[in-house]
Design a protein around this ligand. Structure first.
Ligand code: PGA
Length: 332
């Protein structure tokens, strides 16, 4: 058999997306180049790997087998890379990390300090919402992720490293801005701007109100924390956001945090990877760095006493939220 690793890599990308176009985008290749690699692999193996029905392509039975082996081969190569990087120590190596959109407000600062300490390390950072993070974990695409409360229905190792209070923000002149202990029921008269489906902040918010039988009115669905803040400032509604995202607006007096019964929702930031994942020396060093140094470095409250996955601790004031499980299964 005279196949190449490149052919396997291209074939695996097409199989993952079931699309030549999306595989080409992911690999930064042209679509004809992708098609050619797959054709060459089919010729070498003397079996068709895809079939086209209507506009969609599907893996043949042989294609399914080859896909399975291509993933095993890729994983073995990755392990080899890890073993070799470990031999070389922290002088070089790669850290592949993804963080929740909301964690983007502090992750670059932490990476900056880590990279200064280990200048030989290269980092690939992806910023995306919770649903995509879970998919990346399921498909073993990253070393680890930084996210809110991890789901209990995936085989994960997770360590809490910092508090992540969720608060309700309003424009500074809002009628409720000076009210103490606003009752939850009063919020039913307000419009809330919500993050996109798949956002951890959004699901925490929905779960919180649902558990208390509060029916809030939702206005616009807004795809980023930044856009929510702008929309709240423009008077389009209230926002429920991580406090980490509004530091600047609070100091500039553009937004205010409402004093609402049962708030803040006390969420935590976790560093999460698949159970049994063989972390490289670099990845392990970054995990330790987050667990031991992130909170003091950022001047935030650490997550003392918060156990691994699925646990909760007593709130000081407000509400500590608990995850029900993952709603985000990897999409086929
Ligand atoms: P999000 O995640 O950025 O997807 O809302 C934050 C979180 O899970 O708390």
């Amino acid at each position: 058999m005279n196949v190449t690793l490149r052919q396997f890599k291209v074939f695996a990308a097409v199989s993952k997306h079931l699309s030549f176009t999306r595989a080409a985008e992911e690999l930064c290749l042209t679509q004809p180049a992708v098609s050619m690699q797959v054709k060459q692999l089919e010729n070498q193996l003397e079996v068709p790997l895809f079939e086209q029905l209507g506009k969609r392509i599907y893996l043949t039975d042989a294609g399914e087998e080859v896909y399975h082996y291509s993933k095993v081969i890729a994983q073995q190569l990755e392990e080899l890379e890890t073993v070799l990087a470990n031999l070389k120590g922290l002088n070089q190596g790669k850290l592949r990390i993804s963080v929740a959109s909301t964690a983007n407000y502090f992750a670059p600062t932490l990476l900056g300090t880590f990279c200064q300490r280990y200048p030989g390390v290269t980092v690939s950072l992806d910023v995306t919402n919770r649903q995509t993070l879970l998919k990346q974990l399921a498909e073993n695409e990253v070393d680890m992720v930084v996210m809110g409360q991890p789901p209990t229905d995936m085989d994960l190792e997770a360590g809490a490293f910092m508090e992540n209070p969720l608060v309700i923000v309003a424009p500074t002149g809002h009628a409720l801005a000076s009210e103490p202990r606003v009752p939850l029921k009063r919020l039913e008269q307000e419009i809330f701007l919500v993050r996109e489906l798949g956002s951890g902040t959004r699901s925490a918010m929905e779960r919180f109100f649902q558990e208390r039988g509060i029916h809030i009115q939702t206005g616009m669905e807004v795809g980023s924390n930044e856009a929510i803040k702008q929309s709240v400032q423009a008077g389009l509604g209230l926002g429920l956001l991580s406090r980490d995202t509004v530091e600047m607006e609070l100091s500039l007096d553009r937004l205010t945090i409402l004093d609402v019964e049962d708030f803040p929702i006390l969420r935590h930031w976790y560093v999460v990877h698949r159970s049994g994942k063989r972390l490289s020396v670099v990845a392990q060093a970054f995990k330790d760095f987050l667990l031991n140094e992130a909170a003091p470095l950022l001047g935030k409250s650490p997550a003392h006493g918060v156990a691994a996955i699925g646990s909760e601790r007593k709130p000081r004031r407000g509400h500590t939220e608990k995850e029900q499980g993952s709603s985000a299964q990897p999409t086929p």
